[in-house]
Design a protein around this ligand. Structure first.
Ligand code: FAD
Length: 468
């Protein structure tokens, strides 16, 4: 029987990063994945394919709307969905092949099959299609089995017309009318893809705003801008059912007045969140305890109640984000060899890849108010940015929240062009506990979108933004 120092179950961004860091630290490592390709949700049916389609649809949308203003004429613009979806598949393949290469390079044994506990130190790996299982012995286990889409019990998803994000990444036609249940990150990203390609899109949301966990100002601005590409929002609507008749889907909901509302379309995307995935692990055999909402219970070292068994990523508490899972993968590997790593969860940024993009890090204004913290606000709109005017991306703003007394940056919330990259400056500044004045005094190259961060910091310190 093969013996390992560490066995990682699940090859998503949590699992494969944990495996690489373990190998770098000299630990004999195995990685178990039930699917034939590595990379988990993120690479196969999440972050990467959604961004490929967001980019493709953005090209089409720009060609339709923005090119004329730039003096570029186009005739007979068409969308070839087969080609777009095939390109996306190619992008996914390049990425998952890259992970397979990294496993080889780091001498990690990849074992394909469903991993389940025999006991705390023995794992069985069974082929998904059935057949003989193999067994390995291991000193430590890292559970990184991720999550799956939440199912609404009163909606039968046929995965053709009533679908999850996984199927929404594979539609080989432009829907006529897509009804999206849920105004969270995944729902809005997919809504953007299809609205840009010409579909009518209706977002039906239970709460009274989109992206409700982010700073409220961001949701308001995003709703306004997405309205411009034709996305309709129905807030405070409680969905009660969705049915399919041929190619027609009907979604029923109750609005704030208690009236029943019906939406008819050709696709219904159910995007109401994700739940931790532990099926098939046989956690009982190792005695691993769970906590509420199907998550695996871990302590501050991300260790379960069983010494030597750790859990990371979507399967434990915290934001369901790839970069959070990656940090935790490194954290656990370093913990196993006796190092003292640290993760600052407050500084895990949240990002939405709509256009404009949206991102936030640190405390929101609502949280600071709740804490009774004295803070000041500096804001800078992209319509005052030379770079944004040049590219025609003038929607959005950067908002910096700083401690009223010490000027330390407490939160940064942005909506605008290339914000998903720009938020890294805010994370760096906050990780070094910078004041708004510190950032305001740093040179930012001109003309760039990043200047908006400097200007917002200037605005936060005695209202001295230069270009506003
Ligand atoms: P996962 O990536 O879910 O990987 C878990 C792996 O474990 C899977 O491969 C699964 O097959 C395997 N597995 C499960 N059980 C077993 C078993 N018993 N044996 C063997 N293998 C098993 N996050 C971002 O940060 N940025 C984004 O832009 C973003 N976009 C997203 C878009 C969509 C449409 C979706 C659905 C998600 C998106 N996410 C994004 C979220 C991100 O994908 C997850 O947070 C991330 O993948 C979690 O990583 P993980 O390693 O915990 O688990």
């Amino acid at each position: 029987m093969n013996q390992y120092d560490v066995t990682v179950i699940g090859s998503g961004p949590g699992g494969y990063v944990a495996a690489i860091r373990c190998a770098q630290l000299g630990l004999k490592t195995a990685l178990i994945e039930k699917y034939p390709t590595l990379g988990g949700t993120c690479l196969n049916v999440g972050c990467i394919p959604s961004k490929a389609l967001l980019d493709s649809s953005e090209h089409y949308h720009n060609a339709h709307t923005a090119f004329a203003e730039h003096g570029i004429g186009l005739e007979n613009l068409t969308v070839d969905m087969n080609r777009m979806i095939d390109r996306k598949a190619g992008v996914v393949k390049a990425n998952v092949d890259g992970i397979a290469y990294l496993m080889k390079k780091n001498k990690i044994d990849v074992l394909t099959g469903v991993g389940s506990f025999v006991d705390k130190n023995h794992i069985s790996i069974a082929p998904r299609e059935g057949g003989e299982a193999q067994q390995i012995e291991t000193k430590n286990v890292i559970i990184a089995t991720g999550s799956k889409p939440t199912v609404l019990p009163f909606i039968a998803q046929d995965k053709e017309r009533i679908i999850t994000s996984t199927e929404a990444l594979n539609i080989r036609e432009v829907p006529k009318h897509m009804i999206v249940i849920g105004g969270g990150v995944i729902g809005l990203e997919m809504a953007s893809v299809y609205a840009r390609l010409g579909a009518k899109v209706s977002v039906v949301e239970f709460m009274d705003s989109i992206i409700p966990t982010m700073d409220r100002g961001l949701g308001k601005e995003l709703k306004r801008v997405l309205g411009k590409i034709g996305i309709e929002f129905f807030f405070s609507h409680k969905v009660t059912g969705a049915t399919r008749d041929g190619d027609t889907v009907t979604v029923t909901a109750t609005n704030a007045k208690g009236e029943e509302v019906k939406f008819e379309g050709d696709y219904c995307l159910v995007a109401v969140g994700r739940v931790p995935y532990t099926a098939g692990l046989n956690l009982e055999a190792a005695g691993v305890q769970m906590e509420e909402r199907g998550r695996i219970k871990v302590d501050e070292h991300l260790q379960t109640n069983v010494p030597g068994i750790y859990a990371i990523g979507d399967v434990i508490r915290g934001a369901m984000l790839a970069h959070k899972a990656e940090e935790e993968g490194v954290f656990v590997a370093e913990t196993i060899v006796g190092q003292k790593p640290h993760i600052n969860y407050l500084l895990i940024p949240g990002v939405v890849y709509t256009w404009p993009e949206v991102a936030g890090v640190g405390y929101t204004e609502e949280q600071l108010k709740e804490q009774g913290k004295a803070y000041k606000v500096g804001s800078f709109p992209f319509k005052a940015s030379g770079r944004a005017r040049a590219s025609g991306d003038t929607d959005g703003f950067v908002k910096v929240l700083a401690d009223k007394t010490t000027d330390e940056i407490l939160g940064v919330h942005m909506i605008g062009p290339r914000i998903a990259d720009l938020i890294a400056e805010a994370v760096t500044a906050m990780e070094f506990r910078a004041s708004a004045e510190d950032v305001a005094r740093m040179s930012h190259s001109h003309p760039t979108y990043a200047e908006a961060m400097k200007e917002a910091c200037l605005a936060a310190t005695e209202n001295r933004a230069i270009h506003m």
